[in-house]
Design a protein around this ligand. Structure first.
Ligand code: NAP
Length: 285
């Protein structure tokens, strides 16, 4: 398939790498000529340009830009692409994008690869980023079935686990398992940043090990992405945060009251919950 990628960062670069490995012919558009040169040198692109009109020969275009720029890029693409070209995106929110993008380009299909990294840019991209991970498509009533099929054919070759759901269900779901963890982890890192004794802060930095690394990772990722998740999925994120605050209050109460049996019961329950969500044994940290 002739596939275009707009925005050669972590996700766009990784898609270019993975799709080119599958034998597709790749066109890339970046704002920077050096990025194009690097991606071509890696063999991830056969054609590159800083101009969107270079994508005219493509059959499918992935828009891999930050959330706030995704819709305007779809709009700009409508001025250059042939009407048969399918556009999809990779943005981490879907409600704010899928319906408006489909209204301006009938062959649009909303998408979200559920894989990432805290690093950004082409240097962090890798061909195996999506392997074995979920990839969500969010067709709506007006989605062209042939466009959906074309996107499915392209991404099925990436060994992802493919899911379809409505944009609203997607946003409600990722609020719990992606956006809430980012905010909770951000609060954890912010709290540790307030240790006011220089000696204690130094000792904590020296002793910080896997437990802190695991729980702080997503809260110290790409700040622009964290803000966009909150801005474009506000209601669902706030709903999950209110549940989180209630759970935190309960834990604080149990500790203040030295109610160790209640705390232990909750922690046992958490082992089951985590197993259900992560499919693995809960180990000691
Ligand atoms: P990234 O590494 O920062 O890449 C984004 C790329 O978009 C940049 O490298 C740049 O490419 C282009 N870009 C940036 N600002 C732009 C602007 N103002 N106008 C046009 N293009 C611009 O970020 P990413 O992690 O790949 O995120 C890209 C998308 O993937 C986002 O919508 C995000 O929600 C989604 N996503 C991210 C993750 C994750 O964990 N990071 C996971 C799943 C989905 P050029 O320099 O080549 O122009």
């Amino acid at each position: 398939m002739r596939i275009g990628i707009v925005g050669l960062g972590l996700i766009g670069g990784s898609l270019a790498a993975a799709l080119s490995e599958q034998g597709h012919e790749l066109w890339g558009v970046s704002r920077h000529a050096e990025t194009i040169a690097t991606a071509c040198a890696k063999g991830w692109l056969q054609h590159g340009s800083t101009d969107l009109s270079a994508l005219i020969p493509t059959e499918l275009v992935f828009v891999c830009a930050p959330i706030p720029q995704t819709l305007s890029l779809v709009q700009r693409l409508t001025a250059v692409l042939g009407i048969d070209t399918v556009i999809t995106d990779v943005a981490s929110v879907k409600g704010a994008i899928t319906a408006p993008a489909t209204a301006i380009w009938p062959r649009f299909v909303g998408g979200h690869p559920m894989a990432g990294d805290t690093a950004t840019g082409l240097a962090a991209a890798r061909a195996d980023l999506f392997r074995g991970r979920p990839y969500v498509l969010t067709p709506i009533a007006t989605t062209d079935p042939l466009a959906l099929e074309r996107v499915q054919v392209a991404i099925e070759g990436l060994s992802v686990s493919l899911h379809t759901m409505s944009p609203d269900n997607h946003d409600a779901t990722v609020a719990w398992i992606s956006h809430l963890p980012v905010v909770v982890s951000a609060a954890l890192v912010a709290s540790v940043g307030t240790i006011d004794s220089p000696e204690l802060a130094q000792a904590a930095a020296t002793l910080a090990s896997s437990g802190f690394r695991d729980t702080s990772r997503v809260g110290a990722g790409n700040p622009a992405l964290g803000v966009a998740m909150a801005e474009f999925n506000t209601a669902a994120l706030l709903d999950s945060l209110h549940h989180y605050r209630h759970a935190l209050d309960q834990l604080i109460h149990q500790i203040e009251q030295a109610d160790w049996p209640a705390l232990e019961t909750q922690l046992h329950r958490n082992r089951q919950t985590r197993r259900r969500f992560c499919g693995e044994q809960t180990g000691q940290q």
